[in-house]
Design a protein around this ligand. Sequence first.
Ligand SMILES: CC(=O)N[C@H]1[C@@H](OP(=O)(O)OP(=O)(O)OC[C@H]2O[C@@H](n3ccc(=O)[nH]c3=O)[C@H](O)[C@@H]2O)O[C@H](CO)[C@@H](O)[C@@H]1O
Ligand SMILES: C=C(OP(=O)(O)O)C(=O)O
Length: 428
Amino acid sequence: MEHFLIEGGKPLCGTVRIQGAKNAALPILAATVLADGVHELYDVPRLSDIDVMGCILEALGAKVTRFGNRVVVDTTTLRTSHIPDTLMRRMRSSIFLMGPLLSRFQEVSVTRPGGCAIGARPIDLHLKGLQMLGAQIEETGDLIRCTAKRLVGTTIRLDLPSVGATENVMMAAVLADGTTVIENAAREPEIVDLQRYLNQMGADIEGAGTNTIIIRGVKRLRPVPYEIIPDRIVTGTLVAAAVATSGEVTLTHTIPEHLNCMLLMLRQAGAEIQTDGDTLWVRGGRELKAVGEIQTEPYPGFPTDLQPQMMSLLTLAEGISVIKERIFDARLKHVDALRKMGADLDVVDNSVRIRGVSALSGTQVKATDLRAGAALVIAGLAAHGTTSVYGVEHIERGYDRLDQMFQRLGGRIQRVPDQFPSMESGTF
Ligand SMILES: CC(=O)N[C@H]1[C@@H](OP(=O)(O)OP(=O)(O)OC[C@H]2O[C@@H](n3ccc(=O)[nH]c3=O)[C@H](O)[C@@H]2O)O[C@H](CO)[C@@H](O)[C@@H]1O
Ligand SMILES: C=C(OP(=O)(O)O)C(=O)O
């Protein structure tokens, strides 16, 4: 096992190109099973979650090959719609295959997906959506078997705007008979990207990005080459790191408007931010100011996937800020590690009251999930002294070589082997 060893206190400086978006690439890879043929996807980040999706597609019979950031998926050899439990459990996004496999094979069998330990993450809305399209669902022990001779379009009102359920229903409905309307749909940019991809394959979908998505079923789809959008969460992570270290960073290959809510907060905190087309420039002020209250919300609100990183930054902002996590019920596991680094944080229910301190100090901390890991790396880069961040495997789910990205910005971060295996097992 390896960990990140960070020598903090150096402002980040320089230019980085942002990777393709994990949360766009995963459903798009799942959607390849909707059409027979050879699919070419560009700007697919090198992440462990993408590797797991590749393994699942191969277990289904597809051939998956990576050439740098281009991934080629040949779905002509698909032969089964059963996903083994060991693969289902490896990430949340395994569930994205349910809708497309049901559409292609008229049946799919899966177990519950795994994923980061950030709270209960039921799949009731996914199942309800598929049922409303005409699927029969049987649960035997851990196995969920879903069958449908025919999927038929209907109006589906989601109880809450779930990103995954919106995407799963879109993918199941695209080849269904008639028209499906998803009301109270999630509006995230990755859903717009999925719509764009499916439409280029021959689908007839409109409304992604609003809370009503209309999917008119078509007879067939065909493979098309497609480039994944830039990752807004990685962009936000780098912006937060630049501001936390009082650095000056230029990010290329971004879509700045996907981060409007966070950029507004950072300007309030004292950062200077400019955008020009797909380039985002940020300079952290020397004195950071608290920002009042931030609540995580579905897009276009403040993203839960940037909450831990924003918290790291606000631990250094003068005054009191409050962050309330409203999407997941257990996404505050980074709080203890930040406290260990000297942050002044009080937790009440799902709210954290942050009293800014003048400095953090380096120590040994452990990432408990993907974005918590990114937050601890930011804290380490800003802290005095040396920080060791364990749990790198969580970070690799969503960041394409995070250490090298920060090194390019002058960050003193290295990936080093764990000397004491016991560090991995609970000395934190
Ligand atoms: C691969 C991917 O795109 N992951 C993102 C996606 O996850 P994911 O699609 O899993 O997140 P959802 O939008 O579905 O979850 C939002 C909330 O809805 C609840 N819920 C969801 C489905 C369901 O059937 N029943 C239910 O109650 C969840 O427990 C959670 O409290 O959106 C999240 C919210 O922006 C992000 O943090 C994740 O990074
Ligand atoms: C929670 C996340 O991802 P997933 O839904 O894949 O677990 C994330 O990207 O922060």
